[in-house]
Design a protein around this ligand. Structure first.
Ligand code: H2P
Length: 836
């Protein structure tokens, strides 16, 4: 409801040559025809939604041929295909990116404008698809863009959630969760493929039949129909269109017999269909109950089983025996959610293809690879053995066998070392450890930044790494410069192209050429103008949506990401409180005016994170309404952070807050997006921040706080004493006390949980410990900002050295090192590259 984040429109020059083969005249004609055929009405009489839908439908028509050609070509060349399984794909709006990648943006903009329409307005009609939540899902979406743009035969496998995660609304400062009804007006990008639906089986029992060869007969199961919806993934001006396949759970009601006496049984059938559809209703259903856990497990199996069945069906149509499978197919497991791919592929190979265990196991391991995205214990999924056996009885037996074989090999390597074996087992203490299963069943295990991979290898997964070191490798994350610069910040993209030419869009490492211009006054002047223009756009949105007036000449300082204790939004808040206190003491204090921007969702059951949102909003109320500080600082929490909002915030930001407790943030990807848009990072030495520092040099980033090594050393020693820090630092003591002493007049005891966790529960995330150095880092930042040429040089250096953080680089590494595929071997001919 209400105001939706806007969209930038590319400048004509930046859109590059019109290589689509479609003229403005033709586009206009096609578009008029499309509207008339779809709605039986003229362009002048249909709504914006109709206009948007017709435009999507037209773009789909244009990309149909390259989509078909790409599939044909894969068939013809027999190229090895990669399938990226992920529980999330945080796509963002697709109209802009598809037009851009098709090379149609300029033509479309011109055609619409000649028809009296505005592309920007129509792009805003699009709902953000509710298919993801945080960095994990957005990374998967960046990878889809890079795979297609690099010409790699790589596809996504995901879920089509009816209601996404949730829509966040802020009511009286609190997060409230509403169903994200993103499909309400339809989703015109995907194609439903009912003929390719497959059945997924749950529950029942397994009968073992032994006449010479042991057979496993699965009986008494419940069947759910998995219906695929295919979304085209358009490569950047290369004629390639890959596929993201999204699965939806349905019941085949036509096969449920209604009793002749009618009535109630039909009612039951409808109710049954609702329980079936529940499987694909929501991303990360609440798992605090047994039923919730079962639903999550079923959802994961649903994705995996449907995805693998369709891959194998497709493989069979084009290939011979499944022994060749790993030479033709690579399956990538994004985090632990799709780890069931391993036992499910084994099940198919053993029970349906009748391969021997050894054959089936070798094929599986050679096919599968796994990325770990976090070391947080709660995210390394485990399932109660009983639940697993009940929901997936055949897979349970397979996992038990894998565990037995594996433990036997461990026993051979470490005879008598029961402790080690039980720590490394897949099943131990009645739980099934999905990360262990992933390590055992994949030929490659990678972390997402150098430090993260080191921590996996030397701490979290050390024993596994000692046992099979060759599996472990690092692939530092990346983001696509096409969405995260060209599309969201067209003015900056234009400036870059004017300065170094257009090749950076496909060869982001060429951004390094900007370094030569970073001290150039004219370049700096333009950069400043671009930033200001983006700040004005964000300020306009904030005014319309939240009624808050922002000072576009202040420093825009943003922390936008999931709300989590380790990401330390609380540290940011405490620092703002201290700054506010200083201003109250001395209203003439000479500080740069600041706008502190927050955004992000807290998980539904994560109470302290939800209270952090309330804390930020309480602070915003206090600060924004206090005339005595003369607007020196403002605080805003932007509701319902999503990709579209990020596209508005990131280009407008001066300072990028990347302040997790060192060792916890596996990589971060927001840090890369901000950097590409010329923001300066204030951050801890964690995740990819370390590599950003290496890339930009220490003068162009502001680091503070404990290192990962120091944090881990404290943990080994049993933590630290926050009381000492609290006693020693008066400003800190003041803000910590203010959490509970009535400073937030209406809050009562609301923030006692924060207070206690900082002082009485050992401050697990070192907020107090890092406070002084964070405050000092902010002071350095202010100093640098005051000297505008120095600051702008820092901004330019960040853009210039962001090429390494392109997902094109990351994906080329995955392709070569893990999947052993090369960019499409037979490039499309010039005529094939045209869309018509
Ligand atoms: C996670 C990690 C990030 C990482 C991202 C992608 C799970 O994302 O925490 O450090 O960059 O995966 O690898 P997030 O916290 O944003 O949900």
């Amino acid at each position: 409801p209400g105001v939706k984040p806007g969209t930038a429109v590319l400048d004509a020059a930046q859109a590059g040559p019109a290589d689509s083969g479609i003229t403005v005249e033709q586009f206009k004609q096609d578009y008029r025809n499309k509207v008339e055929r779809m709605y039986g009405d003229g362009l002048e009489r249909v709504s914006d939604l109709d206009k948007y839908n017709a435009l999507v439908s037209l773009v789909r028509d244009y990309l149909a041929e390259p989509w078909l050609n790409t599939k044909e070509k894969y068939r013809r060349t027999g190229a090895k295909q990669v399938y990226y399984f992920s529980i999330e794909f945080l796509l963002g709006r697709l109209l802009g990116s598809n037009l851009y990648n098709l090379g149609l943006n300029e033509v479309c903009q011109q055609a619409l404008s000649e028809l009296g329409l505005d592309l920007r307005t129509l792009r805003q009609v699009e709902e953000d698809p509710g298919l993801g939540n945080g960095g994990l899902g957005r990374l998967a979406a960046c990878y889809l863009d890079s795979m297609a743009s690099l010409g790699l035969p790589g596809h996504g496998m995901g879920m089509r959630y009816r209601y996404g995660l949730f829509e966040q609304r802020i009511v009286d400062g609190y997060q409230r969760e509403y169903a994200d009804d993103w499909l309400m007006d339809g989703f015109y990008w995907d194609v439903r493929k009912p003929a390719e639906a497959v059945e997924v089986r749950f529950g029942g029992n397994v009968r073992i039949k032994s006449n010479g060869k042991t057979q496993y007969i699965h009986e008494g199961y419940e069947t759910v129909l998995a219906v695929p919806y295919d979304v085209p993934v358009v490569g950047y001006r290369n004629g390639m269109v890959n596929t993201l396949r999204l699965w939806s759970a349905e019941a085949r009601l036509s096969e449920v017999v209604c009793a002749p006496q009618g009535g109630s049984d039909c009612q039951k059938a409808v109710e049954y269909s609702q329980t079936v559809e529940e499987l694909s209703n929501i991303l990360y259903p609440d798992d605090s109950t047994y039923e919730g856990k079962a639903l999550r497990l079923k959802q994961q199996y649903f994705l995996v089983s449907a995805g693998l069945q369709s891959i194998i069906r497709n493989y069979r149509e084009n290939n011979g025996h499944l022994r060749e499978f790993p030479h033709k197919i690579a399956i990538h497991i994004n985090d632990t959610h799709p780890v069931l791919c391993i036992p499910e592929l084994l099940r198919i190979l053993l029970d349906e293809e009748q391969l021997t265990w050894e054959e089936a196991w070798n094929i599986t391991v050679q096919t599968m690879s796994y990325t770990n995205h976090t070391i947080l214990p709660e995210a390394l999924e485990t399932w109660p053995e009983d639940l697993f056996r009940t929901v997936l009885p055949r897979l349970y037996l397979i996992v038990r066998d894998i565990n037995e074989y594996y433990c036997r090999s461990l026993w051979e390597a470490y005879p008598g070392d029961w402790d080690r074996i039980s720590r490394m087992a897949i099943i131990s203490y009645n739980r099934i450890h999905m990360a262990h299963l992933a390590i055992v069943g994949c030929h490659s295990v990678n972390g997402v930044a150098e430090l993260h991979t080191d921590i996996l290898k030397n701490k979290i997964m050390k024993e596994f790494c000692d046992f099979s070191p060759a599996k472990f490798n690092n692939k530092t994350n990346g983001v696509t410069q096409r969405r995260w610069v060209s599309l969201c910040n067209p003015a900056l993209a234009q400036l870059i192209t004017d300065t170094i030419g257009p090749r950076w869009v496909e060869h982001p490492q060429e951004l390094a050429q900007l370094e030569r211009h970073s001290a150039d006054t004219a370049f700096q002047h333009h950069l400043l103008k671009v930033k200001l223009q983006n700040k004005v756009a964000l300020a306009k949105y904030v005014k319309e949506k939240h009624g808050i007036t922002l000072d576009v000449n202040s420093i825009f300082d943003s922390q936008v990401k999931r709300i989590h204790a380790y990401k330390r939004q609380t540290l940011n808040v405490l620092h703002i409180m201290a700054l506010y206190n200083r201003l109250k003491e001395n209203p003439l204090l000479d500080i740069e005016p600041h706008t502190f921007i927050f955004g992000g969702k807290a998980a539904v059951n994560y109470h302290i994170a939800k209270n952090t949102i309330k804390l930020i909003n309480s602070l915003a109320d206090l600060v924004n309404n206090d005339k005595s500080i003369r607007d020196k600082i403002k605080v805003v929490f932007l509701e319902n952070y999503n990709v579209s909002l990020a596209e508005l915030i990131i280009p407008a930001t001066d300072v990028s807050e990347q302040i997790p407790t060192a060792s916890y943030e596996a990589s971060g990807t927001g840090n890369m997006k901000f950097m590409m848009n010329g923001a300066v990072t204030i951050g801890t030495l964690d995740g990819a921040n370390i590599e950003i520092k290496q890339a930009v040099g220490e003068d162009n980033i502001i680091v503070f706080g404990l290192t990962a090594e120091e944090v881990l050393a404290y943990y080994r020693g049993g933590g630290y004493n926050p009381w000492e820090v609290y006693q020693d630092n008066e400003r800190l003591r003041q803000v910590v006390d203010q959490l509970i002493n009535g400073f937030f007049p209406a809050a009562g005891d609301l923030f006692r949980g924060h207070f206690d966790s900082l002082l009485h529960q050992g401050d697990h995330f070192f907020v107090l410990k890092d406070f002084a150095s964070y405050e000092a880092a902010h002071q350095v930042l202010d100093e640098r900002y005051k000297d505008r040429p120095v600051w702008l040089k820092m901004c330019s250096a960040n853009i210039a050295h962001s090429g390494r953080f392109s997902s094109d680089r990351t994906f080329a590494e995955y392709a070569t090192d893990i999947w052993h595929i090369r960019p499409d071997t037979l490039p499309f001919s010039a005529s094939e590259k045209q869309i018509r």
